[in-house]
Design a protein around this ligand. Sequence first.
Ligand code: ADP
Ligand code: MG
Length: 240
Amino acid sequence: MIKVVDLHKSFGDLKVLQGINDSINKGEVVVIIGPSGSGKSTYLRCINQMEEVTSGQVLVNEVDITDPKVDINEIRQKIGMVFQHFNLFPHMTVLDNITLAPMKIKKMEKEEAEKLAYSLLEKVGLREKASEYPNKLSGGQKQRIAIARALAMKPEVMLFDEPTSALDPEMVNEVLDVIKELANEGMTMMIVTHEMGFAKEVGTRLLFMDQGKIIEEGVPKDIFDAPKEERTKLFLSKVL
Ligand code: ADP
Ligand code: MG
């Protein structure tokens, strides 16, 4: 579904991604771990072209999205993204947050968009919050709404960048449970996380990144139990 070929990204002199090669198959749940500043967020942002790549290719369903001729809005509809900070529109109700993009970008009728929104609210367990404003919600609820909003575009892939890092501990699980459910339904996902238990449970493949490279990859349990690379060992010894 996604193929990444020798991806490089620099900010001025700072080489942030230094040759990433990867293939993400349909239905895979790729979890990405690594030290702060290793390029995890930049990697996800290059996959939906929120960052322009310096060199290399990102193919989504065989289309090279780094080609300037590609309609990037069409690509972004296929790739949903959820961030650490929920980025809900504060002046809009929960329902309007979810229906905005389907109506504006997909030209969905209001009635259909609202029907979809209610079904997604049901899915994330927040149907009763449809007419609330975001500032009335807890962090965990906001993040579940952000997930529902991304799902409203019916993406083929979901990217999560530390979806629980900004949450109070007691709210982490309600968000992880929603992501687990998506995994069970076969959603293709890439998830940057510091939740190692979750990574082990949900990830079909784990990438350990350091200094802009994938240092080690494999089945999460195998890497947690017996990391091969020194840098992976060092990192895991600090976080486990
Ligand atoms: P991670 O998500 O693994 O913590 P990031 O991808 O956010 O790492 O950042 C990797 C490096 O790139 C960091 O040194 C960061 O400061 C730098 N960086 C990220 N975005 C920008 C930007 N827009 N401009 C300049 N430097 C950036
Ligand atoms: Mg990051």
